[in-house]
Each structure stands twice: as structure tokens, then as C-alpha cells.
Design a protein around this ligand. Structure first.
Ligand code: ATP
Length: 233
């Protein structure tokens, strides 16, 4: 589904990603874990076209994304749930969900809304509320719901548990698992919460200072003493 080869990218003349290689199969959940400033967000942003890659290729569903503007990458079926949610605070919950449906076939709207509200029942009584009045956890669910309204083939999730109470974070992780199981949506999940991310995902990658240092099935990564010492406390 996604093949990233020898990717370098950065800001100005500062290189933040140094030759990244990542493969994600259709229907997989892959976790990318790493500390602050390792390059996780930059990688997701680069997949979405801002910044553009300096070298290397990003092939999604058989075609390169390099050089495409972000809206065309979204049209190809990539949905990004950014760090900090970035819902539209002055729009209602329903309007936020409608924004996510802009790229979808309008005939699918009712079915997609029903699916999202079934998946995220917390949002049901809040459809008329402004997004900005929701709690952090509710906003995270709204950001995920908004992304799903476009029927993406792949979800890119940037630190979905950040700033959430542990129980709410658990709920968000279980929702991600459900989306993957029920819809077969491929997921790239980046997290500082390495333990939860590796428990949820099928395979994982570790990124340190813009380079992938380890990869493999999550069970192997969770059992690795170096990863335990660095990320699992
Ligand atoms: P965090 O978990 O703290 O969000 P991260 O792993 O997502 O970290 P990035 O935000 O991708 O890391 O940052 C990677 C590097 O790129 C860091 O050195 C950071 O300072 C730098 N960087 C990130 N955004 C910008 C920007 N807009 N302009 C210049 N440098 C940036």
C-alpha cells in the first residue's frame, strides 16, 4: 500500500529525514515510534506533500506521490489526522464531519455519517456543538471521524493519544483497531506512547534522529531490551 524508499526531507537547508525506508502492506497497522524531534511528524507531513521529499520516492497504491499537492494526495485516499487534532473549532461537529466528506461521493454521505456515529457514539449528542467546546478526547474522535468521512484507504495518525487521560487514550487505540478490523483501512500510527502503539500495531519501526534504526513484528520490538530501556520505561 505504501512504499517509502530512501526518503530525505527537511526544512530550509536542514535535513530532518535521512534516507527513510518503510513498507506498509494493505490492511496493516504499522507503528512508528521515537522520541521528541526524531522526525515522526515530518515523515507524515512529507507523505502528505508538505514539505516535499528532497530525494527518494513515496509510492502509494502503486503510484508515486512525489510532486503532488496535498489535496491530490488526499484524493488518492490518504487521510491525515494531525498532531493536536486541528478540528475546526468554530464549526459544529456535524460541519467538521461534512468537511471530511468533501472529497467523497455525496451519495455516500448518509451511510458514512451513520458509520462514523456508530463507531464514535460520543459524538452523536454533540452534532450541533462547536468543535472548540469539545474535550481533548472528543476532539480526537472528531478528527478521526472527519478523516473517515473521506473513505480513506490509509489513515496517518499523528500522536492520537497525546494529552489524553489514560482511559481515553485506550478508547482511541481501540477505535483505531476497530477501523482497521472492520474496514480494512491501512494505518500508519506515530506515537511517543511506544508501548500502546506497539501493542496495537502489527509491525513497528523505530526512528532516531531522522533514521530508522529498527523494524520488525511488534512482539519482537516489545521484547527487545534496547527498546524497553529507551521507550518502554
Ligand atoms: P515530536 O514528537 O516532538 O513532535 P517528531 O518526532 O514528530 O517530534 P519532528 O517534529 O518531525 O519530530 O521534528 C524533526 C526535526 O525537524 C526536529 O529537529 C525539529 O526541530 C525539526 N523541525 C520540525 N518542524 C520544523 C519546521 N517547521 N521548521 C524547521 N525545523 C523543523
Amino acid at each position: 500500500m505504501l512504499s517509502i524508499r530512501n526518503l530525505t526531507a527537511g526544512y530550509g537547508n536542514v535535513e530532518a529525514l535521512h534516507g527513510i525506508d518503510i513498507e506498509i502492506a494493505d490492511g496493516e497497522i504499522v507503528a512508528l515510534v521515537g522520541g521528541n524531534g526524531a522526525g515522526k511528524t515530518t515523515l507524515l507531513m512529507t507523505i502528505c506533500g508538505r514539505p516535499q521529499p528532497w530525494t527518494g520516492d513515496i509510492v502509494f497504491d502503486g503510484r508515486s506521490l512525489v510532486g503532488l499537492p496535498t489535496f491530490q494526495i488526499a484524493r488518492r485516499g490518504v487521510a491525515h489526522v494531525p498532531e493536536g487534532r486541528h478540528i475546526f473549532p468554530r464549526m459544529s461537529v456535524l460541519e467538521n464531519l461534512k468537511m471530511g466528506a468533501l472529497l467523497a461521493d455525496p451519495k455516500q454521505f448518509d451511510a458514512d455519517l451513520a458509520y462514523v456515529l456508530d463507531l464514535l457514539p460520543h459524538l452523536k449528542p454533540m452534532l450541533a456543538n462547536r468543535g472548540g467546546t469539545l474535550s481533548g478526547g472528543e476532539q480526537q474522535m472528531l478528527a478521526i471521524g472527519r478523516a473517515l468521512m473521506g473513505r480513506p484507504k490509509m489513515l496517518l495518525l499523528d500522536e492520537p493519544s497525546l494529552g489524553l487521560a489514560p482511559l481515553t487514550a485506550q478508547l482511541v487505540f481501540s477505535i483505531i483497531a476497530k477501523i482497521n478490523k472492520e474496514r480494512g483501512t491501512t494505518v500508519l500510527l506515530i506515537e511517543q506512547n511506544a508501548y500502546q502503539a506497539l501493542k496495537l500495531a502489527h509491525r513497528g519501526y523505530v526512528i532516531v534522529n531522522g533514521k530508522i534504526t529498527q523494524s520488525g513484528p511488534c512482539a519482537d520490538l516489545l521484547a527487545d531490551p534496547a527498546i524497553q530501556a529507551a521507550y518502554l520505561g
